[in-house]
Design a protein around this ligand. Sequence first.
Ligand code: B1M
Length: 232
Amino acid sequence: MSDEHEDDLDLSALGSDELAEQMHDDLYDGLKDEIVEGTKILLERGWGAEKVLNDALVEGMRIVGIDFRDGILFVPEVLLAANAMKAGMEILRPLLAEAGADPIGKVVIGTVKGDIHDIGKNLVAMMMEGAGFEVINLGINTDVDEYLAALEQHRPDILGMSALLTTTMPYMKVVIDEMVKRGIRDDYIVLVGGAPLNDEFGEAVGADAYCRDAAVAADTASTLVKKRRGEL
Ligand code: B1M
C-alpha cells in the first residue's frame, strides 16, 4: 500500500461489498497497489474471478469513463486508472483463462489502427482462452496488413477486432473489405466489439457478429465455431 494512501485504510477490515466500492475509489485514484490487494482479498474470501472483475474492476472503470467524458478526469489520470485495472486483471488472468486440455479453436484479435484502448480487448482474449481457444493477441493500433499477415500465418477460426473510438470503428470495414477483395472473407468468422459499436454496425461492416462484452464474445465464438463445423 502506498504511504500516501489517505488514512492508511485497512482494506481487509472492510466487508466485501464495501471493499468493492472502495476499489472503485482506488481505481479512480489510480492506486495500483490497493487494487492488487483488494482483488486478492476478494478472491480469498471466495468471490469468483468474474464477480471481482465485473463488480470491482469493470464497474470502477465505468465510473472513471463517465468523469473522463465529462472533463473531470484527464488522460494522465485515466492512464493511471487503466494501469491499476490491468494489475488487477493480471491476478484474475489465470483464473479466467483456466482452459481444458485441447484448444477448441484459434482466435486472432487486435485493436484497430489509430486506437490504443486495450483493456476490453485483453479481457475478451482472457475470456476466450477460458472458453478453450488459443488466442493470438496482436495488441493495439493494428493495421490491415498486420491483420492479414496474422491470418495467413496462424490460420485461425476467428478474427476479432476491437475499437473504442467512433473515429476508429470504421476501420473494421477497411479490414473486412480487404478480406473480401482477396477472396478470403468466408474463410474466417469475424467478430467485432467495443463500447461504441452495436448490432447494426456489426452487420453494416460485414462482420458475423457484434459482441457486447467479453462473456458474449466467448459464447459467440464457441457457438459459431461449432456451427461452422456442423456440431450444432
Ligand atoms: Co479513452 N475514450 N481516449 N482512453 N477511454 C473512451 C473510449 C471514451 C468513451 C471516454 C469518454 O469520453 N467517455 C472516449 C471515446 C469517445 C468516442 O469516440 N465516442 C475516449 C477518448 C475520447 C479518448 C481519447 C481521444 C482522449 C484524448 O486523447 N483526448 C484518447 C484516444 C487514444 C487513442 O486510442 N488513439 C483516449 C485515451 C485513453 C487512455 C490511453 C487514457 C485509456 C486507455 C488505456 C488502455 O486501454 N490501455 C482510455 C480509457 C481507459 C478509456 C475509458 C475510460 C475506459 C475504456 C475501458 O477500458 N473500459 C473509456 C470510457 C468508457 O468506455 N466507459 C474511454 C473497460 C473495458 C472493460 O470495457 O473497453 O468497453 P470496453 O470493453 C468491453 C466491451 O466493449 C467488449 O468487451 C469488453 C469487455 O467486456 N469489447 C469487445 C471490447 N473489445 C471487443 C472486441 C471483441 C468483442 C468484444 O472482439 C470480438
